[in-house]
Write a protein of this length. Structure first.
Length: 72
């Protein structure tokens, strides 16, 4: 895989982690999650954050698998 793609996936992974942590923070640290708008925000941030995080470990595994020497 190209370095540029891995860097993009890494940035998306960290953005997703930030979104997920923001959703958890809003859920536990504010009363806004008791309102409908807050529920929608928390669910959207958590869902999008997990989707953005999901592709990076797969890309790392594929990069590792490609780097393995089959003769060993």
């Amino acid at each position: 895989m190209q370095k540029r793609i891995i860097d993009t996936l890494k940035m998306m992974h960290w953005l997703g982690l930030a979104m997920l942590l923001t959703a958890i923070g809003i859920y536990f640290l504010s009363d806004w999650s008791q309102q409908v708008a807050g529920m929608v925000l928390v669910a959207s941030l958590a869902g999008l954050g997990m989707v953005l995080m999901s592709s990076f470990p797969i890309a790392l595994f594929l990069e590792w698998a490609r780097a393995q020497n089959p003769s060993e």
